[in-house]
Design a protein around this ligand. Structure first.
Ligand SMILES: Cc1cc2nc3c(=O)[nH]c(=O)nc-3n(C[C@H](O)[C@H](O)[C@H](O)COP(=O)(O)O)c2cc1C
Length: 172
């Protein structure tokens, strides 16, 4: 069992995050879920838990867990992480993952990307983060929006090293 921090931020694409949460829990992983205020606004739905505070485990380098995924990730949060600005729990937890050399996956959603967004992503990639924009492939002949969501979530699960049966790997 892995301990994974999953963060929702206020970008479009919450279905990816929700599906990822569902799959991680179904596969028996321990998940720390955090979300920004903007995520609540964009989601426009009630989530039956309270926001984590600064004493949450992932805020400390002594207890970082195995991996963190920000899905979906806004350009704002991306910029904060790239700049080392740890002024909220999500940015701080991501900063901890980078400094402790743990897996940090970002699922950035914006279109188009500005040069600033792209430079931030390059900087994060150099720092060890995995940048996984939600760009589903079409070679598996998706029949529904859910198929497209599952394509993206399957790739994230693969990178986390979590077994998944959403999508076969190419050639299987
Ligand atoms: C309906 C809606 C959709 C949004 N979609 C995106 C998006 O896809 N990508 C993005 O970077 N920001 C998007 N935003 C803007 C962010 O929510 C905003 O920049 C917010 O301050 C980000 O805060 P956070 O990173 O703490 O969640 C959207 C806002 C709204 C209201």
């Amino acid at each position: 069992m892995k301990t994974i921090t999953l963060a929702f931020t206020g970008a479009s694409g919450l279905p990816y995050g929700m599906r990822l949460l569902e799959c991680l829990l179904a596969s028996g992983q321990r998940v720390h879920l955090v979300y920004s205020q903007a995520a609540q606004i964009v989601a426009k739905q009630e989530l039956d838990f309270t926001l984590q505070d600064w004493y949450a485990p992932m805020a400390s380098g002594s207890n970082p867990g195995d991996a963190m995924v920000v899905c979906p990730c806004t350009m704002g949060t991306l910029g904060k992480i790239a700049g080392g600005v740890s002024d909220d729990l999500i940015a701080r937890a991501a900063d901890v993952m980078l400094k402790e050399k743990r897996t940090l996956i970002l699922v950035p959603r914006e279109m188009p990307f500005s040069a600033i967004h792209l430079e931030n992503m390059l900087r994060l990639s150099h720092a060890g983060a995995v940048i996984m924009p939600p760009n589903p492939g079409f070679y598996h002949h998706p029949q529904s929006v859910q198929d497209l969501v599952d394509f993206v979530v399957a790739r994230v699960l693969d990178h986390l090293g979590v077994e998944q049966s959403l999508m076969k790997k190419w050639g299987e």
